[in-house]
Ligand binder design. Structure first.
Ligand code: CO
Length: 288
């Protein structure tokens, strides 16, 4: 009788545990990486994505690497060509379905602008979902911290073509944004000019503008300029707004003002020293 009472008590004690276990489906840890870029419709830009993909897979050989692209317009454009690319929400939903428990999301954006804010909101929504991915960590864009400022400055200077002479300018074209983080571009120029007063940073859609830059070039009596995009890919902005033949391209405007222009059409993700910075951010996200 005593034995029966003890077993009965045990059953009642264990009952809640059994119920919980039945509803909880304790999952095995499954770690993944999601790389997030704006995207590009220019085929030559693919070299940047391939570069990043190869490098991340080399650094994390046992972690599956997925991709997502934040530009709706570019995804639509490529879908018409038969190339289906995932948005962040689509990629995270797929990873959730595939049983990923820990996902490191690495932003391949340049600054913490609107796209990055959206990325944080989407990732948080997935992390808070019942049965969702338990842990999502987000790696910072290229230029996010004071240390990044130093590392990006050093990388830009290292990547300047050796044939550029001291009296010639080196001009970077950033994207620019109405978001407050647009201030990073002017901050970067300030930091670069402390090392080399003939390096300039302008933007297509924010400040400093091309007018700001050309006024500075004239003030410093510079005639010859090297120009390059400060974006992860040398895509549409680099090929058209920067180096295109249209009347409103930087090339046409600057040549019209008497400058001699040489173009370096390479995105930042084509340089190993820039990829190092993104990979360091991903490592920090993975370690958390
Ligand atoms: Co744009």
């Amino acid at each position: 009788m005593k034995k029966q009472i003890i077993s009965l008590c045990l059953i009642f004690l264990l009952f809640p545990v059994i119920v919980m276990a039945a509803h909880d489906h304790p999952q095995k840890t499954k770690k993944g990486i999601l790389l997030v870029a704006f995207g590009s419709s220019v085929p030559q830009a693919q070299v940047s994505f391939d570069n990043l993909d190869a490098r991340v897979k080399k650094e994390f050989p046992n972690t599956p690497v997925h991709w997502a692209f934040t530009s709706h317009i570019i995804r639509k454009k490529l879908a018409k060509q038969g190339k289906q690319l995932d948005s962040v929400a689509m990629a995270l939903a797929k990873m959730m379905d595939q049983g990923f428990t820990h996902v490191a999301v690495q932003s391949l954006h340049t600054i913490r602008g609107e796209e990055f804010d959206d990325l944080i909101h989407t990732a948080h929504a997935f992390a808070g979902m019942p049965g969702g991915i338990g842990r999502i960590r987000i790696g910072d864009p290229l230029l996010s911290s004071p240390k990044d400022m130093e590392d990006v400055t050093a990388a830009i200077i290292e990547n300047i073509p050796a044939k550029r002479k001291k009296g010639e300018a080196f001009v970077l074209m950033g994207h620019g944004t109405p978001h407050p983080s647009n201030a990073f571009y002017a901050a970067l120029m300030f930091n670069l000019q402390r090392k080399d007063p003939r390096i300039f940073v302008g933007t297509v859609e924010g400040a400093p503008t091309l007018d700001d830059i050309s006024a500075m070039l004239k003030e410093k009596n510079i005639k010859n300029i090297y120009l390059t995009p400060f974006m992860s890919v040398a895509g549409d902005h680099a090929r058209n707004d920067l180096a295109g033949d249209e009347a409103d391209s930087w090339k046409s405007i600057l040549q019209g003002q008497g400058f001699t222009c040489t173009f370096v059409l390479k995105g930042t993700a084509e340089y190993d020293n820039m990829i190092d910075i993104w990979v360091a951010h991903l490592k920090a996200a993975m370690a958390d």
